[in-house]
Design a protein around this ligand. Structure first.
Ligand SMILES: Nc1[nH]c(=O)nc2c1ncn2[C@H]1C[C@H](O)[C@@H](COP(=O)(O)OP(=O)(O)OP(=O)(O)O)O1
Length: 200
């Protein structure tokens, strides 16, 4: 049986809502207007940001952050995309949900993953992020959070997903579960993931 580590009992966990937004381009120079017609078509490039400070710094990621009191998750996603990349989203589609638990912490990050399916503007560097377009065939997974390589294929295929990842520190995934469907119960995913950990 594997070491269970310092895990928080289920009834002491609490959730914090965060957003994570991805923008794709079908080609062009990255400054094109997202026309919303790209869904279902091959995605050529994805806009990622190099996080310059704070949680997850020195990694590439989508754009996002904490949902503020009084706003919906989607409004938070639109706001954070604008603050961090200067792009204006006209339409957002939910693509998945990911729960991140960190060994020794009762706080679970509930990350709502969106695709901005229609957007305008030119991506530009902000205080928090340095944006860069990547070909979808060469996404820099070794410079991203360790979980991204698991769920990115579903994001690229626009297949709804829900995931649970248990981290030790910020580098090591102790166990994870990823399922199709955009709204799988956290409790079920966690139970499955912890059972897997026990059996390792
Ligand atoms: N394991 C993980 N894998 C991943 O791909 N993204 C993660 C992640 N853990 C957190 N994130 C994302 C969610 C969110 O978009 C961002 C962290 O947001 P935070 O609000 O903590 O940081 P910020 O410094 O952006 O805060 P604010 O802008 O003040 O809200 O990182």
């Amino acid at each position: 049986m594997a070491q269970q580590g310092n895990l928080t009992p289920a009834d002491e966990l609490w959730m914090k809502d965060l957003t994570l937004v991805f923008v794709f381009s079908g080609g062009g120079d990255g400054g094109d207007v997202g026309d919303g017609e790209g869904v279902g078509l091959p995605r050529k490039r994805v806009l990622l940001g190099m996080k310059k400070r704070g949680f997850g710094s020195d990694r590439f990621n989508g754009f996002g952050g904490k949902v503020e009191p009084g706003e919906t998750v989607e409004q938070g996603a639109v706001r954070e995309l604008k603050e961090e990349s200067f792009l204006d989203a006209q339409a957002m589609e939910p693509r998945g949900q990911i729960y991140f638990e960190f060994e020794g912490s009762p706080k679970v990050l509930h990350v709502h993953v969106f695709e901005a399916t229609a957007w305008t503007g030119d991506a530009a560097e902000s205080d928090e992020m340095r944006p860069e377009w990547f070909d979808v065939a060469s996404i820099p997974f070794d410079r991203m959070w360790a979980d991204d390589r698991f769920w990115f294929p579903r994001l690229l295929a626009a297949t709804p997903f829900t995931g649970y990842f248990l981290f030790r520190g910020e580098q090591t995934i102790l166990t994870h579960v990823l399922e199709d469907g955009g709204d799988v119960s956290f409790d079920r995913l966690r139970t499955t993931a912890l059972k897997q950990l026990q059996e390792q």
